[in-house]
Design a binder for this molecule. Structure first.
Ligand SMILES: [Zn+2]
Length: 476
């Protein structure tokens, strides 16, 4: 007897949208068969999803939990923990999130990983994994420590090419050290996930706008500008291509037309270069900084122009950009709005819960894209690029039974009171064409009709290994 069967007319599988039964035994998918193969008597529980959309659980490859953020009184604080973010993720149909280990000077990479895991083990409702972030001037033995981390299931290394703001000096890794890390990732099967901005341009603009008295956050796109993204992406790509075997690159939070074009050209050369954008970059522009509480739409680098926004959509459509993440940083509205200058506005965003519904609405509802393409951009591609496929990101035999059911009957206007993150949402008042009615994590129904039945012990760490075909630049 099977544990669970989900039968639907519109199930998104790797071979297309089909009317199938998804048979689940324990934590995994045992079979995917023509609808009606597994009747109500064949399982402990049989769910008929009808015409609702049955898709693999969403994957958000870029979130920050317990992340440093000043409190409104100026004291040091942290963003919300995995318990809060993972619960909201599951409510929104996302079953896997990827956060960061932050290595700091004086520690080994292994120590940083162990310490960060203490924030997560037994404290996350959904499955999770971790990128390893390094910063500043790297001691000479760090690249080899990263090689060990890659072998141990942490294949993605986060690098900044900028300090981001004048107060965050020490975040940037210089190109000599990046060159060393690239040689390790190229050799060991790692993937650098890069925050790419040109530090000279960014810091120059902080000084220039400071001199001119234009320090209000509405000018953020002049500081974190399109030229900076252009120069930085191309310099990173050139360096990566110079390394024997070519170092694969995944640009996080691509925000500008120039960034999209740099990735596109690299991919046309066959280089292993990939791009992520954020749902707020796809949906908002720097004009939204002018709105009351406009900081709530911001994350670094910055929102850009309408032209850039359209270029991001074009990049998502033609395959230049493969994933849509959130850069989640869950905090209160008071914390999010505390800074109002170009150099102190809080980055990150609360958005892990509405991500699937917002993107379904825009991609499938408004643009007429296929369900498969929507699922690729919100789940499957992240699984492939981050080394989780086919365990995650697929409704297929042998995959983890992570499933979201999107119900067009639950179309609604997004209201913060209905969400489970914090006391605000940048998506307030946004119309969505569907909402998840059910989320299944490794065979366990964790959200059903608004009821949460998950536990903190449910989430599991996912060690990762990236497919060599991806690292060689293949299409996802
Ligand atoms: Zn981030």
């Amino acid at each position: 007897m099977l544990d669970l069967v989900i039968s639907g007319e519109r199930v998104v599988t790797p071979s297309g949208v089909a009317a199938v039964d998804v048979a689940i035994q324990g934590e995994t998918i045992a079979a995917v068969a023509t609808r009606g193969t597994f009747g109500p008597g064949s399982a402990h529980r049989h769910i008929d999803a009808g015409s609702r959309i049955v898709m693999p659980g969403g994957i958000d490859p870029h979130v920050h939990c317990l992340w440093f953020v000043p409190n409104p009184d100026g004291s040091a604080g942290l963003s919300d923990p995995p318990a809060t973010v993972s619960r909201a993720a599951l409510y929104g149909g996302t079953t896997t999130i990827i956060d960061f280990v932050r290595w700091t000077h004086g520690n080994t990479i292994a120590q940083a990983i162990d310490r960060r895991q203490q924030d997560w083990v037994g404290q996350c409702h959904c499955d999770y994994s971790l990128h390893v972030m390094v910063e500043g001037q790297l001691p000479p033995d760090i690249p080899e420590q990263l090689a060990q981390a890659i072998r141990n299931g942490y294949p993605t290394i986060k690098l900044f090419t900028t300090d981001i703001t004048p107060s965050r000096r020490g975040r940037m890794v210089d190109f000599g050290d990046i060159w060393e890390v690239f040689q390790v990732t190229a050799r060991e099967g790692g993937l650098c996930v890069v925050h790419g901005e040109d530090n000279d341009i960014v810091m120059h603009m902080y000084e220039k706008l400071g001199r001119e008295g234009r320090t209000h956050f509405q000018y953020l796109s002049e500081v974190h500008n399109t030229l900076s993204e252009d120069l930085s992406f191309r310099r990173v790509i050139r360096l990566a291509e110079s390394v024997p075997g070519r170092a694969p690159i995944y640009f996080m939070h691509v925000s500008a037309a120039t960034g999209v074009q740099a990735i596109r050209e690299a991919r046309e050369r066959g280089s292993p270069v990939y791009g992520e954008t954020l749902h707020q970059y796809l949906m908002y522009t720097d004009a939204d900084y002018q709105r009351p509480g406009g900081q709530m739409f911001h994350t670094y680098p910055s929102l850009k122009s309408e032209t850039d926004r359209q270029a991001l959509w074009a990049g998502a459509e033609d395959g230049t950009l493969q994933t849509v993440a959130t850069d989640e940083l869950c905090c209160t509205l008071a914390t999010k709005l505390q800074g109002s200058r170009i150099d102190d506005t809080t980055g990150g965003n609360a958005g892990v819960e509405p991500r699937l519904a917002v993107m379904y609405t825009e991609m499938v509802g408004r643009r007429g894209w296929s369900l498969e393409k929507f699922v690729d951009l919100t789940s499957t591609h992240a699984a492939k690029l981050m080394g989780l496929y086919p365990r995650k990101g697929a409704i297929a035999p042998g995959s983890d039974a992570d499933i979201a059911v999107l119900d067009p009957g639950l179309a609604r206007t997004v209201r913060k009171e209905q969400l489970h993150e914090t006391d605000y949402t940048p998506w307030e008042g946004h119309e969505v064409h569907a909402w998840p009615s059910m989320t299944v994590l490794r065979g366990k129904v964790v959200v059903e009709d608004g009821r949460f039945t998950g536990e903190l012990s449910d989430g599991r760490f996912l060690p990762r290994r990236i497919d060599p075909a991806i690292l060689a630049g293949g299409d996802v």
